[in-house]
Design a protein around this ligand. Structure first.
Ligand code: OXD
Length: 311
């Protein structure tokens, strides 16, 4: 039997291939060009698989997403909900996305964007007092596996951290708001980190009314999915509120078109969907652990349900 491996987006694809071969020794690894062998495919390790290919995999048993998100699979018309999807829940990815979040928080907190903008104009902007960690409340919008990981790292660094989640888990020691008090969550946050999955419920959740409730001198970091932000509303908000900053890693349409106004606004920082780059060795090891569980029990709990619980 075989594993279909497909990813034309990520860095270091050859290392992925080698690592998959190292762990999945008993399986043949094939690509989308080996269409004659599609009937042998029981497992798929994928990112952005063409829907037409999925429609041809008649014996597929488990799909492994190569990232934390699964929207690239759920959007495919030929995805059959009975096939479990395993997404990466990896502390190594947690470390990376926490580092990214921290970098952008510090960027805002230490006024680096202001200094960068003055450097571009060859202008010495003078001293500005930074905000101390204890005086910043970071709101994590989407307290799932990665959101919680980030929260714990920030708490260790003495930031005040609050979270937003659809259903509140009592055991968590992070002050968590649910749907009915979303407004309080927004108003109490100095910085909001959106780490929401792309679902119909999260579409444009960060719209004009959401942005107006945020503090005027504030910052929004989006490391979840671009669908969560109404980009036109954000552009208007950024133009009106010069002390409001946006650090954006994900967009409605990726790559972000060169015609987007976001590129040129002085209060925006853009990165190309790199906040939570997959850590190859630990991710493939995680998939292999799930694969062995499937082999043993002939069934596997899909990750789709858990995703619906944290927006
Ligand atoms: C994602 C990832 O799902 O980078 O966006 O893992």
């Amino acid at each position: 039997m075989s594993i279909l491996f497909h990813n034309v987006t990520f860095d270091k694809i050859n290392i992925y291939k080698k690592t998959i071969k190292k762990y999945f020794k008993d399986e043949k690894i094939i690509s989308i060009n080996d269409y004659k062998k599609f009937n042998d495919v029981e497992y798929a390790i994928i990112w952005d698989l063409p829907d037409i290919v999925l429609s041809k995999l008649k014996n597929l048993k488990v799909i492994f997403s190569m990232g934390a998100g699964v929207d690239h699979i759920l959007k495919l018309k030929n995805y059959d909900k009975k096939i479990p999807i395993i997404r990466i829940k990896d502390p190594e990815m947690g470390k990376r996305i926490a580092n990214y979040s921290l970098a952008q928080i510090l960027n805002y907190q230490l006024n680096f964007k202001i200094f960068q903008n003055s450097q571009n104009k060859k202008y010495w902007s003078g001293e500005r007092t930074p905000i101390d960690n204890e005086n910043l409340t970071i709101g994590i919008l989407g307290l799932g596996f990665l959101g919680t990981y980030i929260a714990k790292v920030l708490i260790k660094l003495k930031y005040n951290v609050i979270g937003y989640k659809k259903s509140i888990v009592r055991s968590s020691n992070i002050k968590t708001y649910s749907k009915k008090n979303l407004n309080k969550f927004i108003k109490n946050s100095d910085i909001i980190i959106s780490i929401l999955p792309a679902t119909p419920q999260t579409d444009n959740i960060i719209n004009t009314s959401f942005l107006k409730k945020m503090k005027k001198k504030s910052c929004l970091i989006n490391i979840g999915r671009g669908n969560a932000i109404d980009e036109n509303a954000l552009i208007k908000h950024l133009k009106r509120n010069k002390e409001f900053y946006a650090y954006l890693d994900v967009f409605k349409n990726e790559p972000l078109k060169s015609s987007s106004k976001l590129w040129t606004l002085p209060n925006v920082t853009i990165t190309p969907h790199v906040a939570g780059v997959t850590a190859i060795e630990s991710a493939i090891k995680y998939m292999f652990k799930k694969y062995k569980m499937y082999k043993k029990n002939n069934t596997l709990k899909s990750d789709i349900k858990s995703i619906k619980n944290f927006y």
